[in-house]
Design a binder for this molecule. Structure first.
Ligand SMILES: Nc1nc2c(c(=O)[nH]1)N[C@H]1C(S)=C(S)[C@@H](COP(=O)(O)OP(=O)(O)OC[C@H]3O[C@@H](n4cnc5c(=O)[nH]c(N)nc54)[C@H](O)[C@@H]3O)O[C@H]1N2
Ligand SMILES: Nc1nc2c(c(=O)[nH]1)N[C@H]1C(S)=C(S)[C@@H](COP(=O)(O)OP(=O)(O)OC[C@H]3O[C@@H](n4cnc5c(=O)[nH]c(N)nc54)[C@H](O)[C@@H]3O)O[C@H]1N2
Ligand code: SF4
Ligand SMILES: [Mo]
Length: 691
């Protein structure tokens, strides 16, 4: 029996697991003992990683749709040739930007970098990722405040904080292993800010039951109180931040007297929270989608960053303004997807960076994109308007996960050429494709994942590929060849070579990984970036900004602020309740294509889309447990759900797990101004019982 250590490719914790393999068959999965992230533990998804492509229609060879709408099997060579021919025809007729791709934070770094090379450098099209639905807000917030997209923490910080504040994050469900790290710190005071009494709120010392989307108001009020009381780190502010005077002036209007009316949190409780922050020696702030997915998300994330900065809670053990990432390689996609910035970071108009990256890729500078991609929402809009004619969707399921997802259906029905590359033949999105490129899942791949604390580790082929099976990397290479890229693929011939190319792109950047080798991050404890050539790995838990130097031109962090915006659509008599969406259970992953294969999960999660509704509201509406209800949204769409009565939601608020296609039909297309991340967590609705 062989034992192969690899990395879980579900969530951003990126646990390491030992796969016990006999005759190309996984006998058992054991969480790796001694791995600094998960040290012998993991969640139900990781434990069941052996269950992949065991049921459902899983083609090995590509399928092409004929005129009657039937899918027919073709060879890989035929598929790649056809892909190349269609893309070239479309580009010749409608211009380069008539083709686009949508990728993901669930591929290996080398894979997402290679599709970025093909789609942006070579084809000159646009390409965004599902990271737009998830991390775009944190990226923009960090870039503007710190000068680089740099989550500063290491997970060990959770074990040594004395105050841990979660804002719009539910790690008990979404990042259980991270929650395990919190449990290693029984002395810490845990505070959760969430309109819902989430599993994390239930397990916290304090639940701040905030009115939806009023976090920024609360954060500015807290800042005002801390400043007025002098509970701030004057030395840190003076030497390491910019524009404190402006910020101080700005927050003056956010007073304790108004806070309850705006946020639902009383003056006394806000004061108590300010006191806890003041008395804490090591305060850490952690946020996720309750902050990122909003119409004013970047400024809210910066509201958190500002609190950490003015109280000097950054760059020290147990502190930080810490965004938790979502997918296994969200961090890889943030730095290496070639969608919103150059490989290794830096804007497309940065001449020095263009030179360095072009050199590393051995291409002419003119081949690099001149500007960031148009964002996801604009790609979909341009498909609907007929400007984008070909879309290549890789390892994401937008027919279900995209906001206002009937819009994606319209786009999919309109487009001339939709290619879907997925590890399953049957997903909500593959139904619409003209060409299906089936890839193997993560069990047969080699590549690097970068987790939420910037730790690189490899995903390793646990099983051998069967005949005709291709990984995403293999598929990209074949497509590149069919497109005629020739020597432009020389720096990409294997994942190992691609990794060397990407390392070179990172040289001298905050995320410099020139010192990392595949060997160092395989069967090991992983390595966090930065790790520069020549450095010695002295410690397995490293945080950023210990030298108090930020990546801005002045070396100081920027305090960025703005007036609090109103909700884009208000509650009304017609739509009196707020619908919120997010993760449902530890066992369910997003659109459930993968976790529907885990019997232990399907046995306990509802098959049909459901909502949580407060028992008092349910009684008023004459709704009983498991009744069928219709939710009508201000978006003009109605969908049916099963009612689950629960005191985790307040009377006027209902919650729909995102794992069912119905949820996203209800949400209107609102986005953050700066990050263009969808506002998934708020829409006014009404509910009626279906008789
Ligand atoms: N089991 C499981 N784990 C996952 C995933 C999965 O699909 N299943 N997905 C992974 C991915 S990609 C991601 S991005 C993460 C997401 O991880 P989380 O962000 O923790 O998960 P969500 O449930 O989307 O949202 C977190 C909380 O935000 C709250 N919230 C909503 N509106 C507001 C608000 O206005 N203010 C505040 N303060 N809170 C609000 C919600 O009530 C919810 O409890 O999970 C990762 N882990
Ligand atoms: N209402 C609402 N909607 C949301 C959210 C929310 O909180 N509320 N959260 C948003 C967030 S944070 C995220 S990250 C998105 C996630 O949204 P999606 O990315 O659409 O969700 P997944 O189900 O993870 O889709 C991944 C797809 O890739 C396939 N796949 C898995 N591994 C591989 C592989 O190795 N290769 C290939 N080619 N395919 C593979 C899977 O079968 C699946 O079809 O959803 C967003 N949508
Ligand atoms: S916590 Fe995340 S990385 Fe760890 S096993 Fe579960 S899904 Fe995988
Ligand atoms: Mo995500």
């Amino acid at each position: 029996m062989k034992v192969i250590q690899s990395t879980c490719n579900y969530c951003s914790i990126a646990c390491n697991l030992d796969f016990h393999v006999e005759d190309n068959h996984i006998v058992k999965v054991v969480p790796t003992a001694g791995y600094p992230v998960n040290n012998g533990f993991c969640c139900i998804k990781g434990l069941n990683l052996d269950k992949q492509n065991t049921k459902y229609n899983n083609p090995v060879l590509p399928l092409i749709r004929d005129e009657e709408g039937n899918m027919n099997q073709i060879s890989w060579n035929e598929a790649c040739k056809y892909f190349a021919k269609r893309i070239k025809e479309i580009q010749e007729q409608y211009g380069k930007e008539s083709v686009a791709f949508i990728s993901t934070g669930q591929l290996a770094t080398e894979e997402m970098a290679l599709i970025g090379h093909i789609g942006r450098n070579y084809l000159g099209g646009n390409g965004d990722g599902n990271t737009r639905l998830c991390m775009a807000t944190s990226v923009v917030a960090y870039k503007q405040s710190f000068g680089f997209d740099a989550p500063p923490y290491t997970l060990h910080d959770l074990e040594v904080s004395d105050v841990i504040i979660f804002i719009g994050a539910n790690p008990v469900v979404a990042h259980p292993i991270l929650w395990g790290r919190v449990k290693n710190n029984p002395g810490a005071k845990i505070i959760t800010i969430d309109p819902r009494r989430s599993e994390t709120a239930c397990n916290s010392d304090i639940w701040i039951d905030i009115r939806p989307k009023t976090d920024l108001y609360l954060l500015y009020t807290l800042a005002n109180v801390l400043i007025e009381k002098g509970w701030i780190d004057k030395e840190f502010i003076e030497n390491h931040t910019e524009d404190f005077d402006g910020f101080k002036e700005h927050v003056k209007k956010y007073t304790l007297d108004n806070v309850e009316e705006k946020t639902g949190i009383s003056k006394g409780r806000v004061l108590e929270l300010a006191e806890i922050i003041h008395n804490g020696k090591k305060v850490s702030f952690w946020w996720t989608m309750g902050v990122n997915q909003s119409y004013q998300a970047v400024r809210t994330a910066q509201g958190i960053i500002n609190l950490a900065l003015i109280t000097g809670n950054i760059g020290r053990e147990g502190t930080g303004a810490n965004s938790i990432t979502g997918q296994c390689n969200a961090m890889g996609s943030r730095v290496y997807s070639n969608t919103t910035g150059l490989y290794g970071g830096g804007d497309y108009d940065n001449e020095t960076r263009r030179k360095a990256v072009a050199k590393a890729l051995n291409i002419g500078e003119e081949m690099l994109p001149k500007k960031p991609t148009i964002p996801y929402n604009v790609i979909i809009q341009k498909v609907i308007e007929g400007e984008i004619k070909a879309l290549w969707v890789v390892a994401t399921n937008p027919r279900s996960s995209w906001i206002n997802n009937e819009e994606f259906r319209k786009a999919a029905e309109k487009i001339d050429f939709l290619v879907v590359q997925d590890m399953y033949g049957e997903t909500d999105t593959t139904k619409y494709c003209h060409l299906l490129l089936p890839s193997t899942g993560g069990l047969k791949k080699k590549g690097v994942l970068i987790n939420t604390e910037r730790r690189l580790s490899t995903i390793n082929p646990v099983l051998e590929k069967n005949e005709d099976e291709l990984t995403d990397y293999d598929i990209f290479l074949k497509i590149g060849e069919a497109l005629g890229m020739g020597s432009l693929l020389d720096k990409w011939r294997t994942p190992e070579i691609a990794f060397e190319t990407l390392k070179e792109c990172s040289r001298g950047m905050p995320c410099d990984i020139t010192g990392v080798t595949y060997d160092m991050i395989t069967n090991s404890k992983g390595v966090q970036w930065p790790f520069r050539a020549g450095e010695k790995l002295e410690c397995n838990e490293r945080r950023l900004f210990e030298d108090k130097k930020f990546y801005t031109p002045s070396g100081k962090a920027k305090l960025i602020y703005e007036d609090v915006a109103e909700w884009p659509i208000k509650l009304s008599e017609e739509y009196p309740y707020v619908l919120n969406t997010g993760r449902g259970t530890v066992g369910q992953w997003h659109t459930q294509t993968r976790t529907r294969e885990i019997p232990a999960v399907t046995a306990i999660v509802p098959e049909h889309a459901y909502i949580n509704i407060n028992p008092e509201l349910a009684e008023e509406l004459n709704i009983k447990e498991n009744d069928k209800v219709r939710v009508n949204s201000a978006n003009g769409v109605s969908k049916e759900f099963i009612a689950k009565l629960s005191r985790t939601v307040k009377k006027g608020e209902i919650y729909a797990p995102m794992h069912y296609i119905e949820a996203n039909a209800l949400l209107p297309s609102f986005f953050d101004t700066y990050s263009k991340e969808p506002s998934y967590k708020l829409v006014p609705v009404n509910i009626e019982k279906v008789s």
